[in-house]
Write a protein that binds this ligand. Structure first.
Ligand SMILES: [Ca+2]
Ligand SMILES: [Ca+2]
Length: 164
């Protein structure tokens, strides 16, 4: 089966006015990075502005059958991106951050009440086994620390685990 068949771009993505080259870079990066993560099917959610606060977060969903990719760009001019993610299964979730060498990004995960659940830093970082419940919301805050993101968007991969 070709990787193209495995990529399901959401309707929300189609509606977004996002620079095409960044979107294609993101998808290319997703195809590449799928080789190092566990699941075949993916949903891709692109950052669209403005999303600089918890209350203006971009929406995303993760269920037990698909990895969800949050893709976008942060910079000196756009320090913060927020996503509001609904988990459509009960189990655990792994969160993986992928970014370029020359950019420093931190990622914070909050529960619905705003309590910090996990933090990811560094070029590639992975948090395992976060307990999640069906129908709950989580916030993912991507914060630009330093460096410029010129050739590739960040990717935050949300990987469901329901086998344990
Ligand atoms: Ca952004
Ligand atoms: Ca933003």
């Amino acid at each position: 089966m070709g990787i193209g068949k495995l990529l399901k771009i959401t309707k929300e993505v189609v509606k977004m006015k996002f620079k095409k080259f960044l979107a294609s870079l993101c998808v290319a990066g997703v195809i590449f990075s799928q080789s190092i993560v566990a699941f075949a099917a993916v949903d891709v959610y692109f950052d669209y502005e403005s999303n600089n606060t918890m209350s203006t977060a971009n929406k995303a969903y993760v269920d037990e059958n698909e990895n969800a990719y949050l893709c976008g760009v942060v910079s000196q001019d756009d320090d913060d991106d927020w996503f509001k993610v609904r988990t459509d299964y009960s189990g655990t979730l792994d969160v993986l951050l992928m970014q370029q060498d020359n950019v420093d990004i931190d990622v914070f995960l909050y529960d619905e009440s705003g309590n910090e659940v996990a933090t990811l830093t560094g070029e590639m970082d992975r948090i395992r086994d976060i307990d999640v419940r069906d129908g709950e919301y989580y916030y993912v805050h991507i914060e630009h620390i330093s460096g410029s993101q010129t050739t590739e968007p960040y990717k935050v991969v949300l990987m469901p685990n329901y086998s344990h």
